[in-house]
Design a protein around this ligand. Structure first.
Ligand code: FE2
Ligand code: FE2
Length: 299
């Protein structure tokens, strides 16, 4: 049984999100200091997030190699963020702003989603700048990144769908999964004091914005339940479940390519041996889908 929408509560929420943007948004406030001291002895990324952190070939590497691999982890993490912002969230925001979905859209909701779109553009700039700075400080040449599993899986499925509405629903599902689960992930990473302070601040700044986006997309999911046809809701839930698995990918193909580019030639054996083990254990701990499950259960 689908519940009726409480339109005044929805308006109140989006008025609040819209009204707090000037004070909250990273793009509107000078929160990040790219001139912060950079200590080459402090790692760029958390070892815990490496999918091969327990493999002997990694464990037995020199400190210099481990440090370089952790810098690669930071570059990959940021490059994945660029992909999520530009290929998943931004297109979904544009579809919402263009009123492509039956979402009872009031102008304050469109305005808030336009703010989200602006935030995501700024997050893209933020992590591109962070990567440029890391490469400069660590004297790393730019990498060639292959497609991320997350994006290539989505694009393959989009290519297999014939109906344009289904394509938009898949895009919306991916955006909902990302926006409703990423803030928990960022919150945990932003408390990590063992990494380069600027890197932690980039994650923290991103998390502050994503907290607000999570509320907006939670409401969008609730509105979808009330505005969509039964067939559309079924498709949306099906795509949400598919997308969840994509987000948990450890992106071993990207790792293989990057490790080869830094000359870690035994990576093939290491990654092959990791892929059937606990490769996604960390991601499963970090990606929290409880909010999505709660909305689906409730409605
Ligand atoms: Fe973002
Ligand atoms: Fe976001």
């Amino acid at each position: 049984m689908i519940k009726k929408l409480n339109l005044s509560a929805i308006n109140k929420l989006f008025d609040g999100l819209k009204g707090s943007w000037d004070n909250r948004a990273v793009v509107r406030n000078k929160i990040l200091d790219y001139e912060l001291d950079y200590d080459l002895d402090i790692p760029d990324f958390m070892e815990d997030l490496l999918p091969f952190k327990n493999h002997p070939l990694y464990e037995d590497s020199s400190q210099a190699v481990k440090s370089k691999i952790l810098s690669c982890g930071w570059l990959i993490y940021n490059e994945k963020t660029v992909n999520i912002e530009t290929k998943i969230i931004s297109p979904a925001c544009i579809n919402i702003i263009d009123k492509k979905f039956d979402l009872f859209l009031a102008e304050n909701i469109r305005e808030n989603i336009a703010q989200v779109l602006t935030d995501e553009s700024y997050h893209t700039l933020m992590v591109i700048k962070a990567n440029a700075l890391t490469m400069k400080k660590r004297q790393l040449a730019p990498f060639r990144f292959p497609d991320f599993d997350l994006v290539s899986n989505m694009q393959t499925m989009l290519g297999n769908l014939n109906c344009s509405k289904d394509k938009m629903l898949l895009g919306l599902a991916c955006a909902i999964v990302s926006e409703m689960s990423i803030s928990d992930y960022l919150s945990k990473l932003s408390k990590e004091s063992s990494i380069q302070e600027l890197n932690r601040q980039v994650i923290y700044a991103h998390w502050k914005d994503e907290l607000s986006h999570a509320s907006a997309f939670k409401k969008i999911l609730e509105m979808a339940y009330c505005g969509f046809s039964k067939k559309e809701i079924d498709s949306l839930i099906k795509y949400i479940n598919v997308a969840r698995a994509w987000f948990e990918s450890s992106e071993l193909n990207v790792w293989r390519s990057v490790l080869l580019q830094i000359g870690f030639l035994s990576c093939e054996k290491m990654l092959n041996e990791c892929q059937n083990e606990v490769r996604d254990a960390n991601n499963k701990i970090f990606w929290n889908y409880s909010e999505i499950e709660d909305v689906i259960q409730r409605l």
